[in-house]
Design a protein around this ligand. Structure first.
Ligand code: HEC
Length: 206
């Protein structure tokens, strides 16, 4: 009996040693929150809520963006519930306006306060979209020919609308901002960007 107990203990200790070696140093969340808050002392009052994590951001931070299944499902459910759909049932607007929105990083910066122009979606900061634009980020996948690959399908078009409105609804702890739910883009602007991604005439699919 004692022998069995000792060998179980040895396995447990060995297991702990392995997992400890693989873990990153723990971050003191309270210190991190305080650092974020103190970094924006002159943020206007209506910006203060942006310095406080909502439930989803808290859960993503707690799990280093890799939530366990149940937490991930709870995030998806909560975020999906925030998606508002176009009143006319149309998911595609004007791709030319969409390209300007995708190019624009205007909005929500100190220099944009008070706002003088509509916000942009800053899509190129993370995605390749067209062949013509050579400057793009790679945090997100390339969207070149995205609509063509998906045969310009209706369900796929709706999915792009939902992705832009709230990326966490399909991918909990996505690195893509919740552009609709966080009121960065309007429903009309999102439709224009959907057209850029999904329209057969758009330079994304040419
Ligand atoms: C800060 C970076 C970032 C920005 C800005 C961003 N995205 Fe994303 N996007 C991502 C990441 C990361 C993914 C992959 C994870 C996911 O699917 O949520 C993604 C996924 C997507 C997908 C799904 C790709 C697939 O594999 O099916 C689409 C479509 C998309 N983004 C479109 C856009 C559009 C359009 C904009 C601008 C309105 C935009 N994104 C802005 C980071 C970003």
């Amino acid at each position: 009996m004692r022998k069995i107990f000792i060998s179980i203990a040895a396995v447990l200790i060995a297991g702990t040693a392995v997992s400890t070696a693989q873990q990153k140093p723990a971050v003191d969340r309270a210190k991190a929150d305080a650092a974020v808050k103190s970094a924006f002392p002159s943020a206007p009052a209506d910006w203060q809520p942006r310095l406080v994590q909502d439930e989803t951001m808290k859960q993503c931070s707690a799990h280093d963006n890799l939530p366990p299944k149940a937490v991930g499902e709870a995030i998806q459910k909560r975020e999906r519930a925030t998606i508002e759909y176009p009143a006319d049932g149309q998911f595609m607007g004007d791709w030319k306006r969409g390209e300007r929105i995708a190019q624009s990083g205007y909005g929500l910066r100190f220099t944009d306060y008070p706002p003088r122009n509509p916000n942009g979606g800053n899509c190129y900061a993370c995605h390749q979209l067209t062949k013509a634009e050579l400057s793009f980020g790679t945090v997100g996948p390339s969207l070149l020919n995205y609509g063509g690959i998906r045969k310009f399908g209706a369900a796929e078009t709706k999915a792009v609308y939902e992705k832009i409105y709230n990326a966490h609804a399909s991918y909990p702890c996505s690195l893509m901002p919740r552009l609709g739910s966080n009121k960065v883009l309007t429903i009309e602007q999102i439709k224009d960007v959907v057209a850029l991604v999904m329209s057969p005439d758009s330079p994304v699919n040419k």
